[in-house]
Design a protein around this ligand. Structure first.
Ligand SMILES: [Zn+2]
Length: 883
């Protein structure tokens, strides 16, 4: 060896020591790494050990301990989770960087939005900035490894003294969300521990692992209906726009051991292309590091397409962030799983067989698979991503600047130049919620203080403008622009059958929310003011001689009505339009407490308008319906959870009905309305679900302990039938409608049932519909709207019968050009057919909403179709008795 290498090595060691010195100076008695307990010593087992899971409360204790013992780690408690557990963010970097965190955040913000910044300042920011990498763990709580991995990564990062780690600490700010769903981590850990050693060891949680939304918690990043998403968005979209983001997940057990970036085809267009190149670059380094460490079974560019849902890892590329995920093969929660070689399979996307290919050169041969295996491969992935960012700090930072400035330029030159959100809207309060959603994404929104005319249209004062000449143009385009999912050989199989998109085929929130948005070709030149905080309208109050009117077109009027009912105030509803009153408006008595009215106006933002004429002739009293909603086990039903969230957001009280309550024979005495959330009949009744069997993820009642084998059976069906015959209203969402159609023999049919996908296909698209807003079930709705239609949803045709007159078609598809956004095959099959019907049955009725009117609490544009069914209904026509 050349002797002159030695001094250089010594110099490097000295440099390394000097990096660690300030930490030593702060804590002279603590040699770094000596007094910090390893996860193994703290928890009493190695992370990922067979049948062992560290629980979130202990993990929190551990992170707080690391914070107090190490100058390299800071814990930030963002606040309580949905169920009140702490939601933590860890900042890990060199002590110097952590001491300068706010200055570094500002440098990062400059590079993420360099508009108006001089080139010299950009260069300085690149020189002085640090690469920011956010990684998150444990979003999906049944994927148990990642929340354990995070603890070991944090420990390694605060104790390792090698060159690689010191380079990472010096050059990056590693932001870790060590558990994205603390509540679920606790639920799954407790459930698992309760069943270890029994025949139910390793069986999944019988209910949702997020209080409201279960596995859909990564479908919430763009709308942020849960507090966990709000925290994530604050970190990733607002405070820190990282250069890279990786979310660590687990997938099925029977394929590759680890999926790493980049994504497979097709990709969603219009991110800055550098973002896709970066994802390939990170992915190659991660895959390389896994291979170097001897890990087999790693695949990239397969399984997960680049056009996914707008969860955090799939929306971030449109924020100019290399937004990625890893997916490890699962075991059975924390229980090892043995796999035979012939059980291992490829993937429909990018991996036709379980055989060598360039992106999968080293197939794992089978054998035992344990959580520890997952922890080890995840650790390599986490550090590899930081390593490449640290080694290429300036490149990464320069890219951040390039991506942001090029997207801004594209926005300035392209069409549309902006999206205008007029102040005049069918439901202005919902339009304001949409603006708040955009602000939650860190998108710049401006508002016109004065009325203006643009491209021939007149806009009122208060109109919002979202310019495309900003770094986040990509995300704006998909949230507000019309969307067509690709139909090509990436999205069809060899027989030409369409392949389901990973999630929805559009994410246009304006369409979801029923908000008018005008794309404009030229920049809006009128004076505009930046909207600097979320809009929180105060409402207004004008008392009339006959009380107040609430606009029935506002979703929030339903919340106001619920709050009035909470205060025992009587409410009437207008059926006969007259001067100043529309069918569906609510009338509030003049005797209502003024303090209560003021409080409700403030809370909901609705205007209590003066009613000066006696409108009692054209209106009727409405009362609160007693609402029940079915809830099953088998892993829970996310649509049920989302519906709970919807009802709570708008103040509707409800009772959760499990099997025993459904089977009770006095349903009609206790409930006026029962909701069956979207679900298949077999899962509700407990009949064996068709196509079940196979992998551990299939959910069969017999897999669960007896008390969780849900299904209300024939008895429940009979009880629901009696409920309707005795005057109750049964409301079904989407495929749940099959239960009354089949079991009550309703004279309607679902015309798309059993139709091959080549002939009819609508995987999460917005379809144009007519709405009969003279029907009380559609009061307050516009006469034209959009229905969110997912695969498996229903389209109704009325069958000839002596009960034709008892069927009302509330929502019907238009006659042609049905598709607004998404992907639709076979529109002729559903044109002019019904999307929502009410069918009189006995003394009651069944309201069947064939599409997803309340999908994920995102489709605000159709919430009122649900709400109207939850109020006392007008007396049924006299012809109904004895039919
Ligand atoms: Zn997952």
């Amino acid at each position: 060896m050349k002797p002159n290498r030695l001094p250089l090595r010594l110099a490097l060691v000295m440099l390394a020591l000097s990096v660690a010195l300030p930490g030593l100076a702060l804590r002279p008695t603590v040699a770094l790494g000596q007094q910090i307990p390893s996860p193994e010593s703290f928890f009493g087992f190695e992370m990922g050990a067979d049948r062992k899971l560290a629980r979130w409360d202990k993990l929190v204790e551990y992170y707080n301990l690391l914070d107090s013992e190490s100058p390299r780690l800071q814990v930030v408690n963002m606040g309580p989770s949905t169920l009140g557990n702490p939601f933590l963010v860890l900042f890990i970097s060199s002590p110097e960087n952590l001491a300068n965190l706010e200055a570094l955040r500002q440098i990062n913000a400059t590079l993420s939005d360099p508009r108006g910044v001089a080139e010299a300042e950009i260069q300085q920011a690149i020189d002085q900035g640090k690469a920011v990498v956010v990684q998150s763990f444990g979003l999906h709580s049944s994927e148990v490894a990642a929340s354990q991995t995070a603890a070991e990564v944090a420990y390694d990062m605060v104790t390792r003294e090698d060159e690689e780690m010191l380079r990472i600490l010096d050059n990056t700010i590693a932001i870790m969300i060590p558990c994205f769903n603390p509540d679920g981590e606790i639920m799954v850990t407790d459930w698992y521990n309760q069943n270890v050693g029994t025949e139910y060891e390793g069986v999944g949680l019988p209910w949702l692992y997020h209080h409201y939304i279960g596995h859909d918690n990564n479908r919430d990043a763009f709308m942020q209906n849960t507090i966990e998403s709000v925290y994530g968005a604050k970190i990733i979209f607002q405070d820190w726009i990282p250069q890279a983001y990786i979310d660590h997940h687990q997938m099925g057990a029977y394929g590759a051991r680890l999926y790493v970036p980049p994504y497979a085809e097709p990709i969603r267009p219009e991110a800055d292309p550098l973002t896709w190149r970066e994802m390939a670059w990170y992915g190659a380094h991660i895959a390389y590091k896994e291979e170097e460490a001897g890990k087999s079974g790693v695949v990239n560019a397969a399984v997960y397409s680049g056009w996914g849902h707008f969860g955090f890892h799939w929306i971030t590329p449109f924020h100019n962030i290399a937004g990625m995920l890893t997916e490890s093969a699962s075991a059975r929660l924390a229980t090892p799983l043995f796999l035979h070689p012939d059980q291992l399979q490829g993937s429909r996307r990018g991996m036709p067989e379980y055989e060598e290919q360039t992106t999968f050169p080293n197939p794992w041969p089978g054998g035992w698979w344990r959580v520890r295996d997952i922890v080890e491969q995840q650790k390599i992935a986490v550090i590899a991503a930081l390593d490449i960012a640290a080694r290429n700090r300036k490149t990464v930072l320069r890219n951040a600047y390039l991506k942001a400035s090029r997207q801004t330029e594209r926005g300035a030159k392209g069409k549309p130049a902006a999206f205008v959100v007029p102040a005049a809207q069918h439901d202005p309060l919902t339009a304001q919620k949409m603006i708040n959603t955009l602000l939650g994404q860190g998108i710049e929104v401006q508002q016109a203080p004065e009325a203006f005319t643009h491209e021939g249209r007149v806009y009122d004062a208060g109109t919002f403008v979202v310019s495309m000449a900003q770094p986040k143009r990509g995300v704006i385009r998909w949230l507000l622009g019309r969307t067509f999912y690709p139909d090509n050989s990436y999205t069809r199989d060899r027989d030409g059958n369409p392949i389901r998109p990973y999630d929805m085929s559009t994410d246009n929130i304006a369409e979801y929310m029923g908000v008018r948005v005008d794309p404009v070709d030229t920049a809006v030149e009128t004076a505009l003011a930046k909207v600097t905080q979320k809009i929180d309208p105060a409402g207004s109050i004008a008392k009339g001689q006959h009380g107040y009117v609430l606009d029935g077109r506002l979703n929030d009027s339903f919340k106001a009505v619920n709050l009035l009912w909470d205060g025992k105030v009587a409410v009437r509803r207008v059926d006969q339009p007259s001067a100043g009153l529309r069918a569906g408006d609510f009338i509030v008595s003049a005797s209502a407490s003024e303090a209560l009215v003021a409080e409700i106006a403030q809370e909901t933002g609705v205007g209590f308008q003066a009613l000066d004429t006696d409108a009692s002739a054209g209106s009727r009293p409405v009362t609160r319906a007693r609402i029940g909603m079915y809830q099953r086990y088998l892993g829970g039903n996310m649509d049920e959870g989302w519906t709970r969230l919807l009802l709570e957001n708008f103040g509707f009280p409800y009772t959760t009905l499990k099997d025993a309550e459904i089977k009770a024979d006095d349903l009609h005495e206790n409930y006026d309305v029962i909701i069956l959330p979207a679900d298949n009949v077999a899962r509700m009744t407990g009949e064996r679900p068709e196509g079940s069997g196979g992998g551990f993820r299939s959910r069969r009642p017999e897999d669960y302990p007896p008390e969780y084998r849900s299904g209300f059976g024939k008895e429940g069906v009979e009880a629901l039938k009696a409920f309707v015959e005795n005057g109750g209203t049964l409301v079904t969402f989407a495929e749940a409608g099959a239960l009354p159609i089949e079991k009550f023999e309703l004279p309607i049919r679902n015309v798309v049932a059993g139709v091959p996908s080549k002939e009819f296909w609508s995987p999460g698209s917005t379809l144009r519909v007519h709405i009969d807003n003279t029907n009380p079930l559609a009061y307050g709705m516009p006469s034209e709207g959009l229905a969110m239609f997912l695969g498996g949803n229903h389209v109704y045709q009325v069958l000839p019968s002596d009960r034709n007159h008892r069927i009302e078609r509330i929502v019907t598809f238009v006659d042609r050009d049905l598709l607004q956004s998404g992907w639709l095959l076979g529109e002729a099959l559903i044109a002019e057919k019904a999307a929502m019907v009410s069918v009189g049955h006995g003394q009651g009725r069944v309201v069947l909403i064939g599409f997803r009117a309340q999908h994920r609490v995102q489709t605000h544009g159709t919430f009122k179709l649900v709400f109207n069914a939850l109020l006392s209904s007008p007396a049924l026509a006299p012809t109904t008795s004895g039919q």
